[in-house]
Design a protein around this ligand. Structure first.
Ligand code: GRF
Length: 207
């Protein structure tokens, strides 16, 4: 069964763009179906349209309901495209919202996230700044399944970046971003081609 790909964004959308381009160029067996943003101004929306993918906005600003109520609005949009917990891969790509436990449970092992550090180091916000301030020699990025914790789910792909003496948060973020694009594509490909399975907290690679 060909999986349907939904990508959730809030801004720039460079990871989204890398995934969409790679799916096309590398013939990855997955169907990019919709890009959803919680912000109407997200730059990634225009990029997605240009690449021929449907876009939707589920605005979160000013939404008065609970987290689960907001997520149900996302589920409503997904179902409009016939995206279910059985046929989907949902990539969070700079989506600046925490998902409700109900949503995560419903889409268990169907949601991926990218984080700009080598998890479990430096979870949460400003991971690149945390890395610089801690004095570590290397950082990087991690693509992982989303579970109920913050940046804690089973790890699929990690890429390492060396930190230079004169790195700032900006210069390090830039070099990590290049690796993010590679890592996210790798993870999506592994899942689309059904080459991994999750066993407890671990991702096992099938031959
Ligand atoms: C990336 O650094 C990603 O790791 C983090 O948010 C940023 C999103 O960038 N979660 P973009 O929107 O994909 O360009």
């Amino acid at each position: 069964m060909l999986l349907k790909l939904a990508i959730l964004i809030s801004g720039r959308g460079s990871n989204m763009k890398a995934i969409l381009n790679a799916v096309k160029k590398q013939n990855i067996p997955i169907k990019p179906t919709v890009v959803i943003s919680n912000k109407p101004t997200a730059k990634g929306l225009k990029i997605a349209s240009k690449l021929g993918v449907q876009t939707e906005i589920v605005e979160s600003k000013g939404f008065q309901g609970t987290r689960w109520e907001y997520d149900q609005k996302i589920i409503h949009v997904l179902s409009k495209y016939d995206i279910t917990s059985k046929n989907s891969l949902i990539c969070l790509a700079g989506f600046m919202r925490i998902l409700s436990p109900e949503f995560i449970k419903k889409f268990k092992n169907r949601i991926l996230n990218i984080h700009p550090s080598i998890l479990p180091a430096f979870p949460g916000l400003d991971a690149q700044r945390q890395a610089i301030e801690s004095g570590v020699s290397h950082s990087g990025c991690t693509v992982h399944f989303v579970d109920e914790g913050v940046d804690t789910g089973p790890i699929i792909v990690q890429e390492i970046v060396k930190i230079k003496n004169d790195d700032t948060e900006e210069t390090l973020s830039k070099r990590i971003l290049v690796k993010e694009h590679k890592a996210y594509v790798k993870a999506v490909k592994l899942i689309a081609e059904k080459k991994i399975k999750v066993v407890g907290r671990n991702v096992k690679f099938l031959s």
